[in-house]
Design a protein around this ligand. Structure first.
Ligand SMILES: C[S@@+](CC[C@H](N)C(=O)[O-])C[C@H]1O[C@@H](n2cnc3c(N)ncnc32)[C@H](O)[C@@H]1O
Length: 407
């Protein structure tokens, strides 16, 4: 089996899936990828531009403005902590701009600082902020970057262009990890990163339908080409199911009231209309705190549409199977439901899960992984101030220590 396959090799084998060099480029700017590959614009020193040449066919990129201590025009996003902070960055959205600030970047690069040479799977590539930092940190590592969103892959392609010999990009869902690696002839990997959930770009782009502050179609699919849209779910699903989604994925206290209001208002056509229906359904006394009343419901609908929770456990189990000894995996989650799944599966595989019954024989399997810290880590206050969306992040990591686990 061949390890460390290059983009060119992969492109030849799987041209339809490999995106490097094959997608029409969008002109892309990234908000805060690592500075070493960026230059600062003289016109607006807070806007970082790529120093590299962009494809000629691209349209003119619209400017991104970042400034501080001004009244916010931040685009709304589900559970966006930026909402409640006075000192925050202001972004005026342009669809051509891919903006996402990688979270806990330092922790991620130090996680992979000791792993054996080889391939790191960035299972949630996004704009490739983390991948870029990993590639910069070690010349002996390559990236297989997976994302189900083609906009993200286009941005990543641009962001990683100076490393393209060390990068393979795949448009797919990360729970197909084993299948993807098999197609690439990669038998073992040195590491994997899961930065779960949505990117700032997805949240802030009204056309993607995740935003409750700016009007857009009721879409919310990370893969804009397949699956059920939020429009279909909200206009076709039963009140009971909608209520359960709001409760389970959004912890919405008034899930029954909101579900009833949604069903009574059908057909609902856009995100503004949905946000208004939700806001009206929530009692006034509960609206006084906690940001926009539609936040939790938008988050819940997004999680349901993208089936975000069901893929986590299988993906982690596949990762453990394919890691080299000494290989490592890091998971960043932003929602208690995600973190619960991650914690449970890695504790179990590390041999830390409590035996359910004292009458049953103790589990004697050798643990296959060790946790690198017992508790989850969180971003520093400094990082949260700089990037409020990092505030809900929880980071868990582990190292593969043995192949002996039989589960
Ligand atoms: C938080 S962003 C990642 C940002 C990235 N780490 C960076 O530094 O730019 C999460 C990304 O994962 C993608 N994603 C979420 N769930 C996925 C899944 N099951 N399979 C593949 N991609 C997924 C989303 O489309 C999104 O682009």
């Amino acid at each position: 089996m061949k390890e460390g396959i290059t983009t060119q090799n992969f492109k030849a084998m799987h041209d339809s899936q490999s995106l490097l060099g094959s997608l029409p480029g969008n002109k892309i700017r990234a908000s805060t990828p690592p500075a070493c590959h960026l230059v600062r614009s003289g016109r607006n020193p807070d806007v970082r531009l790529f120093s590299g040449r962009l494809p000629k066919s691209e349209g003119k990129a619209k400017a991104m403005t970042l400034s501080r201590k001004t009244k916010s025009t931040t685009n709304g996003s589900p559970l966006d902590p930026a909402d409640s902070l006075a000192d925050r960055r202001i972004t005026r959205f342009s669809e051509n701009i891919y903006m996402h600030t990688p979270v806990m970047e330092q922790e991620i690069t130090s996680l992979f600082s000791t792993v054996p040479s080889g391939v790191i799977v960035d299972a949630t590539l996004g704009g490739a902020g983390h991948s870029l930092a990993i590639l910069n940190s070690r010349p002996d590592l390559e990236i297989v970057g997976i994302d189900q969103d083609k906009d993200a892959l286009r941005a990543a392609e641009e962001n990683l262009k100076s490393f393209k010999e060390r990068v393979t990009l795949i448009h797919d869902r990360f729970n197909k990890l084993l299948q993807i690696l098999e197609q690439l002839n990669i038998a073992k990997i040195s590491g994997a990163l899961f930065d779960l959930g949505v990117s700032s770009y997805q949240l802030d782009n009204p056309q993607r339908g995740f935003s409750f502050r700016r009007n857009g179609p009721l879409d919310m699919r990370m893969n804009a080409a397949s699956g059920r849209t939020a429009y279909e779910l909200l206009n076709e699903e039963s009140e009971k199911i909608i209520g359960e989604i709001l409760k389970d994925y959004g912890d919405e206290r008034f899930h029954r009231k909101v579900a009833k209001a949604i069903v009574n208002a059908r057909p609902i056509s856009d995100t503004n209309e949905l946000a208004e229906i939700i806001a009206k359904a929530i009692p006034a006394h509960s609206k006084r705190s906690g940001g926009h009343p539609a936040r939790r419901s938008f988050q819940a609908i997004r999680i349901a549409i993208n089936q975000e929770l069901v893929v986590i456990e299988p993906a982690i189990i596949q990762t453990i199977q394919v890691l080299k000894i000494g290989g490592r995996c890091g998971v960043l989650s932003y929602h208690s439901g995600e973190d619960r799944i991650v914690k449970q599966v890695i504790r179990e595989r590390a041999g830390l899960k409590r035996q359910n019954s004292r009458y049953l024989p103790a589990i004697e399997e050798e643990p296959e992984i060790k946790l690198l810290s017992r508790k989850s880590k969180q971003p520093s206050e400094h990082e949260i101030k700089r990037n409020p969306r990092a505030s809900s992040a929880r980071f868990r990591s582990f190292e593969k220590i043995s192949e002996r686990y039989n589960g």
